[in-house]
Design a protein around this ligand. Structure first.
Ligand code: PGA
Length: 256
């Protein structure tokens, strides 16, 4: 089985540095128990204020060989005066390798349209970061394919095949994200169908890795990681619950 990606999107959590330590030490224990036989790529995306903390903890743990740092956002320009923003080059200097762009919370709660996401995507690539590009339809109704096609096209506009191939794409149907009222996870079968649809909309032969996200937890992670066509998972809520995340790691490692 190819290496699977696990992206931990901590969103605006946890509240304290002490909790950061708890999440990471539980994850460290879980991977320590599993031993060296694992083909995982782990990406921690904490809030900016905890990047250093997470980098330090990774260096002193069993996570060292498979964990890397990701940010949750990047400025739309590589330099200049933009109050409150963090630039791509600054992220790289801080040891960040990945950055999430186009998350649905930024699209729908903070007003980022496809054009903004597209600018961030270009900046991330120019800065040498690996973008984790989130796409997903808001509703699963009769026009979901149309909505998803339009969003994918707008998001990746102007990118060459090679650049698309450098991205990780996260298919996250908005209706399945745990913070939505009545959210329930997609099924692995239908997630795979949608992921294949996303692949078909992207430039021919671009072949990015595509992950699934939306209410992934210890109860369903093995099912989402099993199909060949799903290259990993993006985990939100469960990634800041120390026991749940440790369980996710143990199960992911056992699938190898
Ligand atoms: P969830 O979040 O795992 O809590 O559904 C996923 C996400 O929003 O990235």
């Amino acid at each position: 089985m190819d290496k699977k990606y696990i992206v931990a999107n901590w969103k605006m959590k946890p509240e304290t540095a002490g909790k950061v330590t708890e999440i990471l030490s539980r994850a460290d224990d879980a991977l320590g128990e599993v031993g060296e036989q694992r083909e995982l790529s782990l990406i921690f995306c904490p809030p900016f204020v905890f990047l250093d903390e997470v980098a330090g903890a990774i260096r002193q743990s069993h996570l060292l060989h498979e964990a890397e740092l990701g940010a949750q956002d990047v400025a739309i320009r590589g330099e200049g005066a933009l109050t409150g923003e963090v630039s791509g080059p600054q992220l790289v200097q801080s040891g960040v390798r990945y950055v999430i762009v186009g998350h649905s919370e930024r699209r729908y709660q903070l007003g980022e349209d496809d054009g903004t996401v597209n600018r961030k995507l270009h900046v991330a690539l120019q800065s040498g970061l690996v973008p984790i590009v989130c796409v997903g339809e808001p509703k699963r109704d009769g026009s979901w394919e149309e909505a998803l096609r339009e969003q994918v096209r707008g998001t990746f506009q102007g990118l060459e095949r090679d650049s698309i191939g450098r991205c990780l794409v996260a298919y996250e149907p908005v209706w399945a994200i745990s913070t939505n009222p009545n959210a329930e996870p997609d099924t692995p079968e239908s997630a795979l169908e949608s992921i294949n649809f996303v692949r078909s909309v992207l430039a021919e032969n671009a072949e990015p890795k595509v992950l699934y996200g939306g209410s992934v937890d210890p109860g369903n992670v093995a099912a989402f990681l099993s199909p060949e066509g799903i290259d990993g998972v993006l985990v939100g809520g469960a990634s800041v619950r120390p026991d749940d995340f440790a369980s996710i790691l143990r199960q992911a490692a056992a699938l190898q």
